[in-house]
Ligand binder design. Structure first.
Ligand code: UD1
Ligand code: CA
Length: 448
């Protein structure tokens, strides 16, 4: 069956106390909207419609970035969840199949749960996702009659007896497109909030003799983010789950609670991650690599046998081949390091390529930026870059070449050549004491 996703993302999120629309706040490096879209992606949707309101332009940019085929529709005034879904009516006018409504601020619905909703659609016209709430708070209550869902009553409109029900509405809905918009057309706003409640479609469907049911999920899946505290909690939950998944996959985490992952972090089996490592978005670490304590990685790829850190920083475009060593206080950006090469201490390598089995001495810097433009440094195989070499890009060092310690390399170095580029040393016998005495005398004069 064809599926269209409708993601509700218009709410103001007042309690976030933010200039930014709520659904663009990030969990594990990705906006909540992306998490919702990723969840929905298991249904291989043919169409995705994002209903935006507050900060719609920013939401539209992010939605297009995540899925260029998605539609973003504007809900100018937030008149309720039925009104929100109704904004997708035009965008889906030519779509035949099922609509699944998701909240963009509810990032943890499991793939398997969505699948169960779709399965339940085989036998029911309308399927709602419910959950058994430990503390039902202000959620809508699901009034079941056996398998049949008869009505959803919003907390504000519920009687004491209805409030005693603990089976609650998550907000997710699955229904045939034409039928859903027919039902929504019949929703009014005569209720405690004067809003168009999507939940009213249940009672309307039942009155029309349609069959409605609720599928149940874990309460944890329906965690919605309404405040920064919720966001922090959602982040913690994400991290816990992601760490557990890595452990299951055979990754060693020396102290799992101190390792922070992104939504897309990929780490291979038997990789070893030490304490206090942070993975920004876009990192792949292959099987058998070792990331040592206090390292920060983003947008990079680390091959098997490579050792990174402690205290290393890999920035976007860092590509480490097999058995590369990147040590303490080394920063790599937009640079490829070939197999077996080493940069072990206090180094910056940016906009560069380094061949195989090359040794980069302590304190080496690729001077890649002239204040306006970025320039590349090309270093060959089996090169020895002496400590404290400044490579003033654009510049290249050929295979098997060496640079002397303290060199400032401004011209290309041919393969096999030794480049010495530093001032000649001049030793003045006995001058140390003379200089010291002179300085001390000067200090004494300044004091008096
Ligand atoms: C809604 C449900 C309630 C359910 C709860 C689960 C209704 C009437 N009530 O209540 O039964 O238990 O979610 O969290 O549906 N939104 C828009 N436009 C609007 C209104 C809302 O896009 O005009 C979006 C919000 O951004 C949010 C979602 O819809 O993502 C839910 O809206 P919210 O106001 O939080 O609904 P609740 O009152 O919590
Ligand atoms: Ca809510």
């Amino acid at each position: 069956m064809s599926i269209a996703l409708v993601l509700l993302a218009a709410g103001k999120g007042t309690r976030m106390n933010s200039e930014m629309p709520k659904v663009l706040h990030k969990i594990a490096g990705a906006p909540m909207l992306a998490h919702a879209m990723r969840t929905g992606a298991v249904l291989a949707p043919e169409r995705t419609v994002v209903v935006a309101g507050h900060g719609a332009e920013a939401v539209a940019l992010v939605a297009a970035d995540l899925d260029e085929t998605s539609d973003v529709v504007l809900q100018e005034d937030q008149l309720g969840t039925a009104h929100a879904v109704d904004q997708a009516r035009g965008a889906l006018a030519d779509f035949n199949g099922d609509v699944v409504v998701l909240y963009a601020d509810t990032p943890f619905v499991r793939d398997e749960t969505l699948q169960r909703m779709i399965d339940a659609r085989q036998t029911h016209h309308l399927v709602i996702l419910g959950f058994e709430a430990a503390d039902p708070k202000r959620y809508g209550r699901l009034m079941m009659d056996g398998e049949s869902l008869e009505r959803i009553v919003e907390y504000k409109d519920a009687t004491e007896a209805e409030r005693a029900i603990t089976f609650c509405n998550s907000g997710l809905v699955a229904c045939d497109r034409a039928m859903l918009f027919d039902l929504i057309a019949a929703v009014g706003n005569d209720n405690a909030s004067a809003e168009y409640y999507l939940t009213d479609i249940v009672e309307i469907a039942r009155a029309r003799g349609l069959s409605v049911t609720a599928v149940a999920c874990d309460e944890a899946e329906t965690l919605g983010v309404n405040s920064r505290a919720d966001l922090a909690q959602a982040e913690a939950i994400f991290q816990q789950t992601a760490r557990a998944q890595l452990l299951d996959l055979g990754v060693t985490l020396a102290a799992p609670e101190t390792v922070f992952l992104s939504y897309d972090t990929v780490i291979g089996r038997d990789a070893e991650i030490e304490q206090n490592v942070v993975f920004g978005p876009g990192v792949t670490v292959e099987s058998g690599a070792r990331i040592r304590a206090f390292s920060h990685l983003e947008g990079c790829h680390v091959s098997g046998g490579a050792v990174v850190g402690p205290y290393a920083r890999l920035r976007p475009g860092a590509e480490l081949a097999e058995n590369v060593h990147v040590g303490n206080f080394v920063e790599i950006k937009n640079a490829i390091l070939g197999e077996g090469s080493k940069a072990n201490h206090l180094t910056y390598i940016g906009d560069a390529s380094v061949g195989k089995n090359t040794n980069i001495g302590a304190g080496t810097i690729t001077c890649n930026y002239d204040g306006v433009f970025k320039h590349r440094t090309e270093i060959g195989d089996n090169v020895f870059i002496g400590s404290d070499t400044m490579l003033v890009a654009p510049v290249s060092v050929g295979d098997g070449a060496m640079t002397a310690t303290g060199a400032v390399i401004t011209r290309d170095v041919d393969p096999g050549a030794l480049a010495i580029a530093r001032a000649k040393q001049d030793n003045k016998p006995g001058r140390a004491k003379k200089l010291m005495d002179m300085l001390k005398a000067r200090k004494a004069r300044v004091r008096n």
